[in-house]
Design a protein around this ligand. Structure first.
Ligand SMILES: Nc1ncnc2c1ncn2[C@@H]1O[C@H](COP(=O)(O)OP(=O)(O)OP(=O)(O)O)[C@@H](O)[C@H]1O
Ligand SMILES: [Mg+2]
Length: 242
């Protein structure tokens, strides 16, 4: 494959680089995002703020390669994550670097037990059973869901579901975690539960964080940097970062 793979990134080095990225969904007349340029360093906690429809979810999916690899459409420019060009590697390969927590956690949780939810990703990597268990134990402990192993995901509260979705992503041991409105449906208690987990991952485990949200007050206290997504596609031809 024609991509450069860097052996190791150090904290502070450019880690995610978006170069003049524009994207249009299949059949859409307008760009959902246009002319994005962004560099995120290893270990940074970056929040992206934007109103409804400015392209936050689109942005998140550009980072894990679902756009354009699964979604199709027309993409210009390039997205490099940990030395991998998202257009040149598979979504499965990127999934070992980039974990994502979707806007709607219910859409992400699909097994009948907490433990199988978290084990699912590593099981698909054909990792040995001992290591899978180790990862599951670690991920549940980080999100403070130890003891919930046998529970059904549907029985959990909103904040617990969000934390379970984070644990499922963590079991892949990602270097970057992308959170799309991970607290949008939560009350203040659920919100602070999720944010404190994300902060711990960033500070203690050096996970690079990219968090899309429309709640400015909550991210300001956590993120190293807050960028803004502006514009509505119909008016400006696509959201762009300022
Ligand atoms: N699957 C799709 N096909 C066509 N257009 C889409 C698709 N998904 C999103 N769009 C359009 O792309 C633009 C950006 O949408 P996106 O969902 O990324 O915004 P968002 O900031 O996440 O919005 P929200 O705050 O509602 O979650 C919008 O104009 C939306 O209508
Ligand atoms: Mg969205």
């Amino acid at each position: 494959m024609g991509h450069v793979r860097f052996a190791q990134y150090r904290t502070g080095e450019p880690y995610i680089v978006m170069d003049d990225v524009s994207y249009r969904y299949p059949g859409a007349k307008c760009y959902a995002l246009e002319g994005l340029n962004l560099t995120i360093s290893k270990g940074e906690f970056v929040a992206i703020l934007g109103e409804h429809g400015t392209g936050k979810s689109t942005f998140c999916q550009l980072l894990n390669g679902v756009i354009p690899n699964f979604q199709g459409g027309q993409m210009e420019g390039s997205v490099i994550v940990a030395g991998l060009n998202t257009q040149e590697v598979s979504v499965a390969e990127l999934a070992q670097k980039v974990g994502i927590v979707l806007q709607d956690p219910e859409a992400q949780l699909f097994t009948t037990k907490v433990i199988s939810e978290v084990a699912f990703g590593p099981e698909n990597l054909c990792i040995e059973a001992d290591e899978i268990l180790e990862r599951v134990r670690w991920a549940l402990q980080v999100v403070r869901l130890t003891g919930f192993e046998e529970r059904s995901p549907t029985s959990l509260s909103g904040g617990q579901k969000q934390r379970l979705a984070i644990a499922a992503a963590l079991a892949m041991r990602p270097e970057v975690l992308v959170l799309d409105e991970a607290t949008s449906q939560l009350d203040p208690v659920g919100t602070s539960e999720v944010l404190s987990v994300v902060r711990k991952l960033n500070q203690e485990y050096d996970v690079t964080i990219f968090m899309a949200t429309h709640k400015s007050e909550e991210v300001a206290q956590f993120a190293d940097r807050v960028d803004h997504l502006h514009g509505h596609p119909q008016e400006r031809g696509g959201g762009s970062v300022r």
